[in-house]
Each structure stands twice: as C-alpha cells, then as structure tokens.
Design a protein around this ligand. Sequence first.
Ligand code: PLP
Length: 464
Amino acid sequence: MTRPCAVRHGRALPGRTAVDKRPIIEPFRIHTVQAIAMPSRDVREEALRRSHYNLFGLRAGEVTIDLLTDSGTGAMSTRQWAGMMLGDESYAGSSSFFRFEEVVRDLTGFSEVIPTHQGRAAEKILFATLVDDGQVVLNNNHFDTTRANVEYRGAEARDLVAAEGNDPALVAPFKGDMDIDALRSSLEADGDRVPLVMVTVTNNAGGGQPVSMANLRAVRELCDEYSVPFFLDACRFAENAWFIKTREEDYADMTPKQIAQEMFSLADGCTMSAKKDGLANIGGFLALNDERVASECRNLLILTEGFPTYGGLAGYDLEAIAQGLIEVLDEDYLRYRTRSVEYLAEKVLPGASRSCSHPAVTPYSWTPGRCCPTFHRRSTRPIRWLSSSIVRAGSAESNWGPWLSAYRRRMVPTSQPPWSWCAWPFPAACTPRATSTTWPRWCSTWLPERDRWADTASSSRRPG
Ligand SMILES: Cc1ncc(COP(=O)(O)O)c(C=O)c1O
C-alpha cells in the first residue's frame, strides 16, 4: 500500500491526498523488557531543583519518557544481538570488519570505509584532513559537533538552508534543502576557500527536515562546476530516503535502499553516526572514494581511534551496525517510525502550544517551541513544559550547547542552568527508535496537560 504523504493536523502536502490518521501497528514484537522509572511528584520536583532545571542534569532514573535524543537510545533487534555473538575481536583484519565494510560499500558505493566510535570522530578526522584555517565549509545546517569540528580547525561553518527551512510554520515537503542560489553565491565568492560542501540528511539542526533528491542533484552539479568535493552527513539517510519515497515525484516505486543508494551516488563521501540510522547504541564511520584522502584519514584514525579495521569499536559493535544498516531500510519499520511520530505531533502540538504551529513532523524530532513567541530567551517555560517531571527532551540549541558554548566562550561551566548558555531554548523532542509501543499514546495525553501547567502565571519566568 502506498500511504499518502502526511503532515500534521491532517493537512496533506501540495499535490497529495488527505492524511490517513489511523494508528499503526509496530512491525515488531517485544522480546525483552527494561524497567523504567516512575518517580513520585516530590522526587521529580527535587530532581528538577537539584539540576537547576537543566534537563541534562537529570539522572536517567528520574525520567520516565526520555526524549532527549534519538542518538544511540534505540532498542536493537534480535538479529543485531545475535550478530554481536559473532563478533570477532581480532585486533587486525577481524571478520566483523569485513562484514561491516561489505554492507557499507553495498549501501553507499564508497570504496574506502573507515569505522569510528561515533559520528563526530568521523567529522574530526575528515576536517583535520581537508579543512584549514580561514576556509569555509558550506552545509544546509551544521549539526553542533560538525560546526564545532569545523570551527576548531579555524574555518567558518556557513549554513545555507533554503528559506523554507527557516520558517517553522510553513508546511513544505523538503525544508532541509540547501539554498542553491546561496550555494552558488558562496562558491562564486569564496570558491577557492571552500574545501568541501556538506548536506545533512535529514537536517537535524533545522528540525530534522528532509532533503530532496532534486536538491542533492543540484548541489552535486554546482560542486562539479566549482570542483569542490561533496559530502553527506548521513546520520538519518534511511529516514530521508523514506521522505523522498513518499514526497518526491518519481520515487514512489523505488525501495528505500535504492533511493539511499542514489543519494550516496551523488556524493564523494559521507560521515555517519551509526547511533541513528545504524540502529546501534554506538559507532560511526567515514566513507569516501578518494584513496589518498582516505589514507591520510586512516593515519589520524590510528592516532585517536584505533587500527583501521576496528576504529574505536569492538568487533561486536561492527556486527550490530552492519545488521542495523540493513534493517533500517525495511519499509514497515520506516512507515511505523514516521507514523508514530506524526501521531504524537498530531495529538500534542495543537494543544501543547497554542501559539506554536511548527509542522516539523519528522521521524526523529518535532520541535514544538521554535516559533512560539512565548518561548523567549530566559523564559523557563519550555524547560518547565518539558521537565514537568516525567518527560525529558533536548532543546533546539541545547543538545550540545554546554560543550559548544564552553568551547566558543571558553568559560561556561556545564553546571549552570540552561538559560545561561542556550541562545534559543526551544524544546526539541527526539524520539528513540523502537523502544516502546505506548509512549506516543501516553505522551499525547499528558503533554497538553504539561502545557497548561507551564502556562500558569507564576511559572512563566525563571524561578528564584
Ligand atoms: C546530523 C548529525 N551529525 C553528526 C552527529 C554526531 O554524531 P555522534 O553523536 O555519533 O558523534 C549527530 C548526532 O546527533 C547528528 O545528528
């Protein structure tokens, strides 16, 4: 069945049929259970005070539903766990590496595959190899660690997301697209200072919005014209492929894998955090075609990560990632993933924030506060909204805020409350993959209550 493209509030994207609002059955059965905390109100309030209302300061045992991040928080499948038992821990040439390499090559088409312990390690190694002081890296939106790694090299991290991506209230299919005119202008003006162009799929720092194939193709053409390498930040390549399948002309009959392969074929390489669409709890990789660059990257890899056939990971991690990269492209899984987040957003957003109409319904996050005028700087409302003791979420700029700000200003201790370092304290709720069957329903009934609570007159300002 081809489901129509769905956007919250039952509105369909232009040219698409109305949204199917039925709930969806999870395409999996629960195999193992893990208890979660159900703390009393007193305990929750005390935990909030102790953490200075900084949700990063809460302990996992104080949170019932954790929407802080989708990174590494998902449940693994039986086949991934089984794969882990096959892990080969040989220091060099482990068979787990060769399985991993084969899967990554088959998916991406890139010949050089370099495992890393996380996505940021891949970024660090790539930028240390390609980026120099005074250069400019162009991206739709740099994720925080990507920006930090670019700036750490003394270069400028320039965001060129299309105007649509900056309008939270706009309903549009591909709000993660790069602004092609702005890209041309930047290449024209600074071409000799641009060591690479990146596109982040989906565009995490822009609310997890997808990027169209047409846009990737246009970026490729410009990179060819100006002879600049083009890399994908591919953390959520499968979710992006699903959006292309369901939203872009001509892709409805292709499999997510075929679409992902086409996306990768347009680039010269990618960085990847396997903690997202690798469906693993840890891991990442750098993959590319340029043998010379790859060889320099491997030298750095040895310095900080490990030997090129394990790169900071155990053999069993490589097995889990290899299997995850296969399973993440399953259509039933991607349909469930998208639909469960849409369901939550449909139920929560209308009541959650009356002045908010952000339609960022992506498989990974929805950002209820971005456009909400009452969520102004130094207001504790978003924090209170989310930290209403049970649900924890990140905030648009706070995900890596403490670290990044501390790096930039070299002064802010992470123990300070979020409003001291968070420029835009808008909540971004990230949904873990395949961890619970009932949380969307649960959150959909409770989060609107939280909104009322956060709205009470005495709570709209920073507590003393
Ligand atoms: C788009 C994007 N790029 C890079 C990273 C960094 O990956 P990692 O957390 O594995 O270092 C993340 C993590 O959230 C991300 O979302």
